[in-house]
Design a protein around this ligand. Structure first.
Ligand code: NAP
Length: 518
């Protein structure tokens, strides 16, 4: 047994689950979490699963977001599977091409392509209580049946274009950061970028070096911290290749440092906020000399309320001679340009919308019908809720990865999803071992969990009064987890059957059939 497998055997954060069953699984989405789930199922011995992917390749967000400058703001050694660590990250913070490569490498290594049906969008999933079988319908009218469905569709998958009068009539090039056209050359063009969030602060410095003229529409400034990025020299990469222990130690160090900083990001306690704000203000003072510009890029809301960003080149880019920062959103868009709120028309050749995503905080990602014909959209109309972010009462044997209130604010999303995969695996193993038809989380258990989550929300920065994609229209946070990751992991540590209604397999119980992709 190698050092690595010995370590993972004694890793208190992993559980050993083997599944012996004739039941099958449909996974929806072949991004990080769907692929991770597939790997875990395979390793557990459950080979009868199908991944449905609406696009033509794996990778999810890292396939779609290939705009110039796209990178991850979580350190590379943590932003990867714990069971598939990569000693060869070339930078402290991975860029899109390298992360996308990593995902594709994992796909090949675990031979996952043969389980995936590409170009297959799911439109609905319907549960039949009598047989305990889900029927999954795809956009081309095909149906698959499954004993278990795992939704791994991601929270930030569908680009949101801004609602600005005239946008449809613009005759130049219109792009969203998540739908970048690599063939469109920005060199020498007049370009406008709408937005100043996580995507904008990455794309703007890249475009600023190419465009003849760049106008940035910043409706709300972001709090920005220095980015401790650096290239990782070959010698250091070799060290990690030679010693899995050192690689694991680096990952653990990053993990616990992030946990240490969590209160500064999440909590609304003044002491934490003051310290975090002081660092961000110092960053502005260091990089921006002009007092008027400093005022325009300094937020007036509590730090952490919106996502805290990291960048060393956003402020310098805004001060380049060919760049203008407009301190508001556009008033309207004409055929050839953008009209500012003070009535000035700026002619542009291209508009880049760095305007984020349609977040499914009050809607299910596809039509989901559970027990007694209950529609998940109706259940979630006032804000999505699940038990531990994974299961929803009335929707048996359905597991969400990156479900409600499991978004990370301070660490890697994979630190959350890996625990969810493990939890789903334990649940499936339990159903198989006990010869059950399905498990369905008890409503009162789910409600108690969510009361706790929403009580804790009151003491976070996210509800301190700014407008963000974290909140529903009524101001409820259904997206982020209001606590430490270690604590979330402990909550999902063991699947507790007592939290679930268990329904046995009777004579009429069926077995799902999924047609394996060729
Ligand atoms: P975002 O954070 O939602 O930012 C959207 C930006 O567009 C905001 O500045 C928003 O202004 C602006 N906007 C929207 N509609 C507008 C309008 N009509 N007029 C003017 N401005 C408008 O979206 P994002 O930057 O794509 O990031 C979304 C999430 O993706 C992030 O929070 C993060 O979780 C993830 N992400 C992560 C990374 C990474 O490094 N890991 C990189 C990119 C994205 P307001 O603030 O005023 O609403």
């Amino acid at each position: 047994m190698g050092v690595s497998s010995l370590l993972s055997r004694f890793n208190p954060l992993s559980t050993d689950t083997t599944i012996d069953t004739d039941m099958n699984v449909v996974i929806i989405g072949a991004g990080f979490s769907g692929l991770g789930m597939a790997i875990r199922l395979k390793e557990a011995g459950l080979d009868d699963f199908t991944l449905l992917e609406r696009a033509d390749d794996v990778g999810g967000t890292w396939r779609d977001n290939h705009y110039p400058g796209a990178a991850c703001d979580v350190a590379s050694h943590l932003y990867s599977f714990s069971f598939e660590q990569n000693p060869n990250w070339s930078r402290a913070f991975g860029r899109q091409p390298e992360i996308f490569d990593y995902i594709r490498r994992c796909t090949e290594k675990y031979d996952l392509r043969r389980y995936i049906r590409f170009n297959t969008a799911v439109v609905s999933a319907t549960f039949d209580e009598h047989s305990g079988i889900w029927t999954v319908t795809t956009a081309d009218g095909d149906t698959l049946t499954a004993n278990f469905v795992i939704s791994a569709v991601g929270a930030l998958a569908d680009p949101a274009y801004p609602r600005i009068a005239g946008l449809d009539g613009f005759r130049g090039k219109l792009m969203h950061t998540a739908q970048w056209d690599d063939d469109y050359d920005l060199a020498g063009k007049r370009v406008a970028v709408i937005g100043s969030g996580a995507s904008a602060i990455q794309v703007v410095p890249e475009i600023a070096g190419q465009a003849a003229q760049l106008t940035v529409f910043q409706r709300t400034p972001s709090w920005i911290m220095p980015k401790p990025d650096r290239p990782i020299p070959d010698s250091e990469q070799e060290k990690y290749s030679e010693s899995p222990l050192k690689l694991r130690a680096r990952r653990l160090r990053i993990y616990w440092l992030n946990e240490l900083f969590a209160p500064f990001i999440i909590s609304d306690v003044g002491l934490f906020k003051k310290q975090a704000e002081a660092i961000a203000r110092r960053h502005i003072r260091k990089q921006v000399a002009d007092p008027a510009m400093r005022r325009r890029v300094t937020p007036d809301y509590q730090i952490g309320c919106k996502r805290i960003l990291i960048s060393n080149d956003w402020y310098p880019a805004l001060q380049q001679d060919n760049v203008e920062l407009i301190g508001d959103g556009p008033e309207r868009i004409t055929e050839h340009g953008i009209v500012t709120r003070d009535g000035r028309e700026i002619e542009v050749d291209a508009i880049v919308c760095a305007t984020g995503f349609r977040v499914p905080s009050t809607a299910s990602p596809f039509e989901v019908t559970g027990r007694s014909g209950v529609d998940l959209n109706r259940v979630w109309a006032d804000g999505a809720e699940a038990y531990k972010g994974v299961t929803v009462s009335g929707f048996p044997n359905l597991f969400f990865l990156m479900g409600p209130n499991t978004g990370p604010s301070h660490t890697s999303v994979l630190a959350f999803t890996e625990q969810q995969m493990d939890y789903a695996l334990q649940a499936i193993a339990h159903v198989a071992r006990r010869g059950l038809k399905f498990v369905d989380v008890k409503q009162r258990v789910q409600d108690r969990f969510n009361r706790g989550i929403q009580w804790r929300m009151k003491h976070t920065s996210w509800t301190s009064g700014c407008n963000s994609w974290y909140l529903t229209d009524s101001g409820k946070n259904t997206t982020l987890y209001p606590g430490f990751n270690w604590e979330y992991r402990l909550r999902l540590w063991r699947f507790a059957p007592g939290d679930y209604e268990e329904v046995g397999r009777d004579a009429s119980a069926g077995r799902g059939h999924s047609a394996r992709a060729a």
